[in-house]
Design a protein around this ligand. Sequence first.
Ligand code: RRO
Length: 287
Amino acid sequence: MNLSANIAGVTLPNCIMNAAGARCVTQAELEALGRSHAGAIVTKSMTPLSRTGNPEPRYYSFPGGSLNSMGLPNLGYPAYAQIIPSLRSFGKPVIASIAGLTEQDFFDAAEAINAVKPDLIEVNLSCPNLPGKPQIGYDIEASQQLLRRLRHIISVPMGVKLPPYFDPVHHSSVASMLEQVGGVSFLSLINSVGNGLIVDPDQECVVIKPKGGFGGLGGKIIKPVALANVRAFWKFFQGRLPIIGTGGIETGLDIFEHVLCGASAVQIGTVLVEEGLSAFDRLAGEL
Ligand code: RRO
């Protein structure tokens, strides 16, 4: 079976890759993704300075999925700018995820990373775990302003990683904004479902430490939300913007459902963290 995919003119040997954040922070992790059967190497979202992230415990897994509040731990974009060229030897696309605590962070990361020419750049508008910083993707004007400048800085195909939206009004206003901005070549849908809370009734406390226990939900539990967002944006763009579906993928059938809703490729997060790199082989075998 041919599992290859095309995202904005870039061919992936297969359509299953890691989600930004899952096993992709260090050089060793990125190289392991290169040697694995992942269809692309996606980096952790990067900021100007290296970050250790939020205090632990900051990740919790449960039978329905996971809750995280990692807080953007990453090596900083200068380190990724050095690593990215060497990842080309693995013969699969490299997708650099950029983020920031300020607008300027995004511009600086975009300039430095664009210069080393990853195959695609994914702009993360949806980190839910920075104390005191709202998710940019929930502010349409701020997203528009940011993307308007980024499209002139980034010359490789640029995509956006969006948070989940829960009302058709928001799907269509965000999609219209993206169309107006122009220069957006793909969508990654969705980031974790922000600000969930899990309580341990025995310990009478929350299960992760940062932000009073609030964190991004991922895994099986969020699949219907992910599918709804893939479908809603596909319907708006009618296939004009390729979509990378993310959220709730545990089996080949889950991938098929994402594809039925409009995804051209998929990313895996929780299952990759829990199962390891062999998840790529298992999932490909299930298709
Ligand atoms: O590092 C994180 O806490 C994190 C990020 Br940047 C993101 O985009 N999504 C997420 O669930 N966690």
